[in-house]
Design a protein around this ligand. Sequence first.
Ligand SMILES: [Zn+2]
Length: 161
Amino acid sequence: MIKWFLFLLLIFGKIGCAAKGARKPKSPLLAGTQFLSFSDLVLFSGANSYNINSCESIEVFYNIRTDLEKLTYAAFISKIVSDVTYENQYTYKILQLLLNTLYMISETDVDKDFILSVFELRLMLLLGFAPNLSKCAICGDKENICYFSIGNSGFVCNNCR
Ligand SMILES: [Zn+2]
C-alpha cells in the first residue's frame, strides 16, 4: 500500500512523495511520515514522483497530538501553509516559521489566538503583503498614527480616520 504525502523540504520546497508500506504498524517509515512530523528523508526519484527510501524523525510535536485544541490550531496553520505555497517553490523561510510556530503551540501555554495572529502577520511579511507600519497608509504622516486599517493595509493617522 502506498501512502501519499506533501512535504515542505529545505531544498525542493513542497513536493509530493510516496511512502510504500508506511501504514503498516511495523513500517520503519511510520513515525517519520506522520502528520506534522519534521523528518530527515532519503528520497529517490521514481518515474513520475519521488519515493521515500528511509526517514528519521527529528521532531514529532508529541504535545500537539495529545491536545485537541493544539491539534486544531496546528492543522489550521498547516492548511494555510499548504494553500499559500506551490510545489518546487523555495520555502525555507516559511518552513522555519511553520516549525517555530508548531514548537510554540506544542511546548508553551501562550494564548493560541496570539500565536496564530503572529504566524499570520509573519507569513504575510514573507509572502510580500507587509502592512505599512511606519507611517499613515493614506497621507504618509509619521505623527499621530493610532489606528490600524485592514482596508488600507496599515496604520492610519487621527486625521485620515
Ligand atoms: Zn493620515
